[in-house]
Design a protein around this ligand. Sequence first.
Ligand SMILES: Nc1ncnc2c1ncn2[C@@H]1O[C@H](COP(=O)(O)OP(=O)(O)OP(=O)(O)O)[C@@H](O)[C@H]1O
Ligand SMILES: O=C(O)C1=C[C@@H](O)[C@@H](O)[C@H](O)C1
Length: 300
Amino acid sequence: MEAKAAQMLGFSTLIHYQGIERQSQGSVKLSRGFREPQKLQALVLQPARTSCSLRRAAPLEVACSCENLPDLTLDSRTFQAPLDEGLILKTKSQEIEPYLNGRCIYLVGMMGSGKTTVGKVLSQVLSYSFFDSDALVEEEVGGTSVADIFKHYGEGFFRDKESEVLRKLSLMHRLVISTGGGAVVRPINWNYMHKGVTVWLDVPLEALAQRIAAVGTNSRPLLHYEAGDAYTRALMRLSTLFEERGEAYANANARVSLENIAAKLGYEDVLALSPTAIAIEALEKIEGFLNGEGGHYAGC
Ligand SMILES: Nc1ncnc2c1ncn2[C@@H]1O[C@H](COP(=O)(O)OP(=O)(O)OP(=O)(O)O)[C@@H](O)[C@H]1O
Ligand SMILES: O=C(O)C1=C[C@@H](O)[C@@H](O)[C@H](O)C1
């Protein structure tokens, strides 16, 4: 099945993870089976803990170490595998979709963590509908923006509306929901969200601050205080919020750490990760959760 998948994805070579030695970041040594440097378009397969899983091929520097051949290091750019993330995403979503049984996916995470961006990708690939709970609150309050709701009615009023929106959503199926960054603070909201599968997008605060500084804080009232440049302001406020909420996010069924994805794929900067790469990781983590639920899902 793995060979078929590699062929389907257009890779000429399939390398099992056990057959390579990691040299340094982004570089591997092929320990057997490669007699000479070849023009590889390699798919590296790394068995996931719970089921076989297609790993994205990171840029590879290939070194040959067969008998009679000196180790050779080849230019990683020459051997960078084409990355059909879209196809991997589709394959993974088709694998797990039946086991979700229509349960909704709730994305939780700090402001700017990508819940909306990644949520839309997930909803599309799972053929689910997408909802943003902040947008639903705005509708409930006659089209008033979140910033104006905070300003005119206060945070408590907003939180009540948010809980009401989550209660209504918990009665529905086949939705991906981007929740408000603070939805995790009220225990009652977890009662609603745990009707589905909850996924925490865990993004380093510095990266969040960079994203938020780029778009401004006007629509994010809880970030709209401190003096200083936009990045420092956002970082200070995010740090305080995260101290209050870190534990609450950890209630989610699955944690998607952008730092972990970046390390796996050989990126130095989490901001370089595409929404698709993050969505693939989210599906893999959801798969892990479904596996742990009591053997309902055995993967491939
Ligand atoms: N993987 C990504 N690559 C590039 N830009 C991204 C990525 N994820 C999110 N962004 C950008 O970061 C900003 C915040 O993302 P998004 O609105 O999806 O986050 P959010 O978690 O829904 O935020 P909030 O809770 O504040 O509504 C947006 O400008 C979005 O385009
Ligand atoms: O982190 C938060 O508390 C918030 C995040 C946004 O999504 C909005 O729900 C609102 O601005 C509050």
